[in-house]
Design a protein around this ligand. Structure first.
Ligand SMILES: [Zn+2]
Length: 182
C-alpha cells in the first residue's frame, strides 16, 4: 500500500512540472511537521531535538527515494522555514530544544544556535539534493521564498519571522553555491 502510493507520487514526479508540484506539496506538509512532537510529548517533549532538526528531510531522502529529489528538497525547505520561525520565540521553557527520553533535558541557551544551524543546514540540503541545473535552483528558491513569506505573515503574523525565514533560505543558496565552487 505504502509502496503503491509512493510509486504513484514518484511517477507524478517524472516530469519537471510534477517535480515542481511535489516540491511545493512536501514543503507545505513539512513546514508543520516538526510539531508532530506534540503527539508524543511523553517521549519527545515539545520542540524535540529529533523533529526540530535536519533529520526529518533526511528521513524523506533515505526512506522515500522513489519520490525523487524534489520531495526531499521540499521537505527540507518546509523544515527550514519552521525552524527559522521557532528561532524568534524566547528560548525559555517550551521555547527550548529538548532531548527525548530518557534524558528530557533542554539545550538551554544553546537552543537558538541549534535552530539556526539546522535551519541553514535544511536550506542548504534543499538545494544539495537537487540535480544540477538552474531550473531546479529557481524552483526551490521560489517555493522557499513563498513558504517563508506565507508562513511568516499568515501563520506567525510576523514580518520579522518572514524576513528571518527568507534570510535562511537565501543563506542556503549562498552556502550551496559556495560549496559547489570549492
Ligand atoms: Zn516547532
Amino acid at each position: 500500500m505504502r509502496a503503491d502510493a509512493l510509486g504513484v507520487l514518484g511517477e507524478l514526479g517524472s516530469s519537471v512540472a510534477g517535480q515542481g508540484f511535489l516540491l511545493a506539496g512536501t514543503a507545505a506538509v513539512f513546514v508543520a511537521a516538526p510539531d508532530i512532537d506534540h503527539m508524543a510529548l511523553r517521549i519527545l517533549h515539545h520542540r524535540s531535538i529529533l523533529t526540530h532538526s535536519v533529520l526529518l528531510p533526511l528521513l524523506v531522502l533515505w526512506f522515500a527515494p522513489e519520490l525523487g529529489p524534489a520531495a526531499a528538497s521540499g521537505a527540507a525547505l518546509g523544515v527550514a522555514v519552521h525552524l527559522a520561525a521557532d528561532l524568534l520565540s524566547p528560548s525559555r521553557g517550551f521555547g527550548r530544544i529538548w532531548l527525548p527520553e530518557p534524558f528530557q533535558v533542554s539545550l538551554g541557551g544553546w537552543s537558538p544556535l541549534w535552530l539556526m544551524l539546522n535551519a541553514l543546514a535544511c536550506a542548504w540540503l534543499a538545494l544539495d539534493v537537487l540535480p544540477p541545473g538552474e531550473i531546479w535552483r529557481l524552483m526551490a528558491g521560489g517555493v522557499g521564498a513563498a513558504m517563508a513569506v506565507g508562513y511568516g505573515l499568515v501563520r506567525e503574523r510576523s514580518l520579522l519571522s518572514a524576513l528571518v525565514a527568507l534570510a535562511v533560505i537565501a543563506g542556503g543558496h549562498v552556502a550551496e553555491g559556495w560549496l559547489r565552487l570549492t
